[in-house]
Write a protein that binds this ligand. Structure first.
Ligand code: URA
Length: 424
């Protein structure tokens, strides 16, 4: 077998068989196939697509490229949650301790932010001392002890995805549906959880720009889940404005704490509530009203918050030392009207430029910077009202650039729903 023939076959839009896919992926991991040949193959796949069978085979090869965790010796169902990435998306920081405090086990590998979306691992690392480098044994022990563990993509779980994703990121091959489906599902299946919930973001600030492609991706991931007997639910949610108000690492941790104490922004709370109910109903065998009541109680009696404190302490973090910048610029509106849109992509980029994210992988992060939106879509604005607070560090911002993220018009346009559909 030879890699040039495999690339050529895909370039001619032919179907690759299991052995060819295995040859390409294994050869790439062990260094026999260089980046430039893998890049060519990824580009051919991005342009010409993959059949379902090819996507299943690619997923299988990726799962088996490293270790696969088994939670068989840990009693109770273990849940994994994934977001395809958004701006201000701190759902995991709220949902995971909430479920854990209800006795539901959650084990999760999370990523760092790259580009305009933030990553859960960066947010957790804004808490001084928080250790994201857990071994498989540590993850299992922690899930057994306190029901929750969140680690970085370390160890030897799905090394194929780690290496391929890094290449996709710099070769314009991230947006391929079969590549995204196999990337997400291979990691989730290798993590060994019993149920997978995916928050699939749709809109300008998301990987999937429209509902049709989001549906295609969701259905493909659900089919992969079925093959491995892992019930998978996809929630298609809007990323047409940042989620919640805070964008930036420490700021998002603080907003998550507020939410865990029953005081969070309504859109964040709505999404957390929905995702939590999807998990709670089958595991606790309750209906939606009972599940909602459980969530309300957990948030309003501080139990979810206490679980968060326990989780942070277990992984070495010290919340007393969380810092936000004390250099704050208030951005005020020049006009009156209604906020009909907030450009999530631009807000994400401004946050990255402030230092909250990386432009290159090796960049370091300023955890203290970011933005807090004072107005959200649907709000009325008068001249000189505050639109946002910007927490600035070493890098400057353009006030107009922030202002221009807000679409303010005379008439209020009916707000799009936060959740478009649930597919399972
Ligand atoms: N998230 C992933 O884990 N993989 C992708 O390919 C895209 C988003």
């Amino acid at each position: 077998m030879n890699i040039v023939d495999i690339i050529e076959k895909k370039r001619r839009k032919e179907t690759l068989n299991f052995d060819e896919i295995k040859f390409a992926i294994e050869g790439f991991i062990n260094g026999d196939i260089p980046d430039y040949q893998m890049s060519a193959l990824l580009m051919a796949i991005t342009i010409n697509g993959m059949t379902k069978e090819e996507t299943f085979n690619l997923t299988e090869v990726m799962i088996n490229s490293g270790d696969v965790i088994s939670f068989e010796d840990v009693p109770g169902a273990v849940v994994d949650k994934h977001s395809t990435g958004g701006v201000g998306d701190k759902v995991t920081l709220v949902l995971a301790p909430l479920l854990a405090s209800l006795g539901i086990k959650i084990a999760k590998l999370s990523g760092r932010g790259l580009g305009f979306t933030g990553g859960t691992i960066d947010k957790l690392e804004s808490i001084e001392g928080f250790d994201v480098n857990l071994s498989i044994e540590q993850i299992k022990a922690q899930v057994n002890d306190i029901n929750i563990a969140i680690a970085g993509h370390t160890g030897n779980i799905d090394p194929a995805d780690k290496k391929i994703y890094a290449l996709r990121d710099v070769t314009a091959t991230v947006e391929s549906i079969p590549l995204i489906a196999s990337s997400i599902m291979s990691k989730k299946i290798a993590m060994g959880s019993d149920m997978i919930v995916i928050d699939l973001k749709v809109g300008a600030g998301a990987l999937m720009k429209d509902l049709d492609s989001a549906r295609e991706l969701a259905n493909l991931m659900i089919e992969i889940g079925k093959k491995y007997n892992k019930p998978t639910v996809c929630v298609l949610s809007s990323m047409n404005e940042p989620l919640g108000n805070a964008v930036g690492n420490s700021l998002e941790v603080l907003e998550s704490i507020k939410t865990l104490r029953g005081n969070g922004p309504s859109d964040l709370l709505e999404l957390v509530m929905l995702l939590a109910c999807i998990v709670i109903m089958p595991i606790k065998k309750v209906d939606v009203d009972e599940a909602r009541t459980m969530v309300f109680n957990e948030l309003n009696n501080n139990k979810a918050y206490k679980k968060f404190l326990e989780f942070v302490k277990y992984q070495g973090g010290n919340l007393n030392k969380i810092k936000i910048s004390d250099k704050v610029i208030s951005i005020r509106s020049d006009k009156s009207g209604y906020v009909n849109g907030i450009d999530a992509l631009k807000i994400g980029e401004i946050s990255v430029n402030l230092g909250a994210g990386r432009i290159k992988k090796e960049d370091s992060i300023d955890y203290t910077v970011g933005l807090v939106l004072s107005k959200k879509v649907g709000d009325r604005v008068e001249v000189n009202d505050e639109l946002a607070k910007v927490y600035v560090g070493k890098k400057d911002i353009s006030i107009n650039e922030v202002k221009n993220c807000f679409l303010i018009e005379d008439e209020l346009i009916i707000k799009e729903p936060l959740v478009y559909e649930i597919i399972k």
